[in-house]
Design a protein. Structure first.
Length: 256
């Protein structure tokens, strides 16, 4: 009889601890869920512009929020289209004036590529966001001041580069009247039908991860367990120990 009661108690303790032990595995799987990155956009090529961008990644789904001001406002009698991208596989930084290899007074997109890399994602207002839309001025945000908000899926490569802190935000489009000659009258090295100013970078900043410690610290309970899964295992062991103590006491009383 005593042996069967002992097995029953230990079995119950094991059942109670199982969800906690499984929870440790769940916590490990959830470590790479949602993460937020930000960029404080700085002027390139004396654009005089500024801006901010925040990207929250949930898996490969990106929720983007951006505000910019001070960019070139008009282009061919309409709002100036500003193509913008996540650049990847470079040095994870913005170019300096020393990148102006041909000495025309402008760091064009090709001259900046060693610093920020190639295009991984295009921030279009609708439709395709791949590098194929890199110079699509019809679906680019436009105007001197604008906000951009969109949720879409990043490619696996872009998402990985963002998480590895090797992604750079670049906003293109300069006012030709602010450029020195001969850059002001030159054609784009990317799209010869456009002026050099239209595809040259105006804003740039690396994406950096926003620390997430505050949310975890304030969550308590489950969040604490997820951050320290060994606590879950310890909880299961404590239940087993307690069950053993109950059995021992009952055994002692039986033989008094």
């Amino acid at each position: 009889m005593l042996r069967s009661r002992t097995c029953a108690l230990l079995g119950a303790a094991a059942v109670m601890s199982a969800p906690l032990l499984l929870g440790a595995g769940t916590a490990t799987a959830e470590q790479h869920d949602s993460q937020t990155f930000q960029a404080s956009l700085q002027p390139l090529n004396n654009s005089g512009a500024s801006g901010t961008m925040t990207i929250t990644l949930d898996g490969n789904e990106a929720t983007v929020s951006q505000n910019v001001s001070g960019l070139a406002a008009t282009f061919q009698n309409g709002p100036y289209p500003h193509v913008q991208h996540i650049h990847i596989n470079g040095q994870g930084q913005c170019p300096t004036a020393e990148a102006d290899a041909n000495g025309d007074g402008v760091v064009n997109t090709a001259e900046g590529k060693p610093s920020y890399g190639g295009i991984g994602t295009t921030f279009t207002t609708s439709g395709d966001t791949s590098p194929d839309s890199a110079t699509d001025i019809d679906r680019a945000p436009s105007g001197g001041n604008y906000t951009y908000n969109r949720t879409f899926t990043l490619s696996e490569e872009s998402a990985q580069q963002v998480r590895e802190n090797n992604a750079v935000i670049v906003v293109h489009g300069l006012d030709p009247s602010t450029l020195p000659e001969p850059a002001a009258s030159a054609q784009s090295e990317l799209v010869p039908s456009l002026p050099l100013a239209a595809t040259s970078p105006a804003l740039c900043a690396p994406l950096t991860a926003v620390p997430s410690g505050g949310a975890a610290a304030g969550a308590g309970g489950t969040a604490e367990m997820q951050q320290h899964p060994w606590l879950l295992t310890a909880g299961g062991m404590a239940l087993l120990t307690a069950a053993g103590a109950v059995v021992a006491r009952r055994h002692a009383r039986t033989h008094q």
